[in-house]
Design a protein around this ligand. Structure first.
Ligand SMILES: [Cu+2]
Length: 324
């Protein structure tokens, strides 16, 4: 008599279908927030992937998520002058959001970058009582399609969202190839060295060391509550990760340089453009890198440790791109 066996197999099949639909809901957004990934009180992009569920969709890929929508009120950017750029965040009630919980000292962080990952800007618009955000923006990289990321936390949500939208700058687009992977970036006489490798699906430590004319900088200034802010954008779709360093200024254990330590987890193999904002001498500067996350060798799904048994191929001993 095998009917009970068949029934229980049928039940298992239903359970599998249900789990799969849960997974889809998780990917799609709102329903996923009740699932058992680690809530991130700060930014939604650092959730630890669970082996049972698809990893959370990275931020910045959608114009609307969890009931919120990024609505540009400006049709295009100018390549020749900084001109007012306006937008709103439309909430679940269909009205502009006016109530925010600050993250890193601001109600909203705006990232502007051309789609070839040039012309990066990280700015802070001001908001009117009507919920309209505004800031002068120039398409500094020249003509082309620009991606705008709004990184914010509505007061009604327990985590931050990053919504993204494209705006054009008219003219002839002359795309630049992604620079080769490097271990150092220079900006205004500062050299910032990058140590550590990006590993897909695993938190990895990145150490950025700031020197000025060869001298280690030990008096970095806090900028928006941290000695550094790191934005990572994935080549190909501009998936957005905003990473914050270990420790805070004034916590008694975090030095003001020359090293800034980050722990970051990238969602996939591939090339990323990293942008580090740091402040010294009263000026905020941005150091940019290309870094490659090498594929992690596949393992048998035995439920054991997720760590690879063999080290992942290096994503760049100094001067190499890791793309062998
Ligand atoms: Cu910001």
């Amino acid at each position: 008599m095998n009917t009970p066996l068949k029934l229980s197999l049928f039940g298992l099949g239903l359970a599998a279908v249900f789990a799969a639909s849960l997974g889809v809901g998780h990917l799609a957004g709102p329903a996923g927030d009740n699932l058992d990934h680690t809530p991130d009180a700060d930014h939604g992009t650092h959730a630890t992937p669970s082996p049972e569920l698809p990893a959370q969709v990275p931020g910045g890929l959608q114009v609307a998520q969890d009931g919120y929508r990024l609505q540009p009120l400006t049709a295009a950017l100018s390549t020749t002058a900084a001109q007012p750029m306006r937008f709103t965040i439309i909430g679940p009630d269909g009205r502009p959001v006016t109530d925010y919980t600050p993250t890193h000292g601001r109600d909203l962080h705006l990232i502007v970058v051309r789609r070839d990952l040039t012309g990066f800007q990280h700015v802070h618009p001001s908001r009117g009582a009507d919920g309209i955000w505004e800031i002068p923006v120039q398409a500094t990289a020249g003509a082309g399609q620009y991606r705008l990321f709004a990184d914010f936390r509505p007061a009604a949500l327990d985590s931050a969202l990053t919504l993204g939208v494209d705006l054009p700058a008219a003219g002839t687009y002359e795309p630049q190839p992604l620079p080769a992977a490097t271990r150092t970036a220079t900006v205004d006489g500062y050299t910032v060295a990058l140590d550590g490798d990006l590993v897909p699906g695993t938190s990895s430590k990145l150490t950025l060391t700031v020197t000025e004319d060869g001298v280690p900088v030990t008096d970095l200034q806090p900028y928006l509550g941290a000695y550094g802010h790191l934005v990572a954008l994935r080549e190909g779709d501009l998936a957005y990760l905003h990473v914050h360093p270990d420790g805070e200024p004034g916590d008694g254990r975090t030095p003001a340089g020359p090293q800034i330590v980050f722990h970051t987890e990238v969602p996939s193999a591939g090339a990323y453009r990293l942008f580090l904002d740091f402040q010294h001498g009263g000026v905020v500067r941005t150091a940019a890198y290309t870094a490659t996350a090498a594929p992690v060798p596949q393992q048998a799904p035995t439920g054991g440790t997720r760590a690879p048994t063999a080290p992942a191929p290096s994503t760049g001993t100094h001067g190499h791109t890791g793309a062998h």
